[in-house]
Design a binder for this molecule. Structure first.
Ligand SMILES: O=C(O)CCC(=O)C(=O)O
Length: 232
């Protein structure tokens, strides 16, 4: 009788486990209007979100009025794992020119937003390469994309042109990738407000932390690996 039991069917085979490990990845959402913008909803597990958040808090990046830290050079271990994680789970997230560079990222911005706070609409500085990754933690928010202004000086002023704006809802654990047009031709910003509205749903903001990963262009390398903590 025991010969009739299909043990592999009941408990799976070793091969299936490996297969499941590789099936951890989530679908990638793309946006026709903004080529190069890719969203992976709930890409990070609860455990991954918690350990990243705890590591940031433990390292006192956000004490006093500080709400932004910049890390240049070799990234600390608690961030470094993201690079092989992207390569393994999302090998086509960026073009091969970006995916094949070593390291994929050598700069991190850690931002903490108190409830209701945002960030001015901007295009990331050209001293950074193409291929930017943003990880959202702790709270949802809407990120608004707007066609980039011609006058770069105006990035310091809020972009109020709503005619072609595109809202993306970022939830905790979501990963947003920006490359090509999304990186160069569109600004991204987070409006300051307590509640976001998406498709008729109202979503209250809480404290949010984000981890943005980028790669400095050759020749722009900082002399020494540095970490700076400041007010945004
Ligand atoms: O917090 C975010 O999601 C975006 C951060 C950002 O755009 C920046 O620091 O330049």
């Amino acid at each position: 009788m025991s010969n009739n039991i299909d043990w592999e069917d009941l408990f799976g085979s070793d091969d299936e486990e490996v297969e499941e490990e590789h099936q951890n990845h989530k679908p990638i959402t793309t946006f026709d209007v903004i080529p190069g913008l890719k969203l992976i909803k709930q890409a990070l597990s609860h455990q991954e979100q918690m350990s990243l958040t705890h590591a940031l808090i433990d390292r006192n990046y956000f004490t006093g009025n500080a709400n932004q830290a910049m890390v240049f050079g070799e990234l600390p271990d608690f961030i470094k794992w993201i690079e092989p994680w992207v390569a393994e789970n999302y090998p086509d997230l960026f073009g091969q020119d970006i995916m094949s560079r070593q390291p994929l990222f050598d700069q991190a911005i850690l931002n903490m937003y108190k409830k209701g706070e945002g960030i001015t609409s901007h295009v990331d500085l050209l001293r950074f390469e193409d291929g930017i990754l943003i990880i959202s933690l702790m709270s949802s928010c809407i990120m608004t994309m707007r066609p980039a202004r011609k006058d770069t000086a105006s990035y310091h002023a809020e972009n109020t042109d709503d005619s072609k704006k595109y809202d993306i809802l970022l939830r905790p654990g979501d990963v947003l990738a920006l490359s090509q047009e999304a990186r160069y031709d569109w600004e991204h910003g987070i409006p300051s407000r307590l509640v976001d509205e998406m498709d008729g749903q109202y979503i209250e903001r809480g404290t949010r932390i984000s981890v943005t990963l980028r790669r400095l262009k050759q020749g722009e390398q900082e002399m020494q690996p540095t970490t700076t903590i400041s007010e945004r």
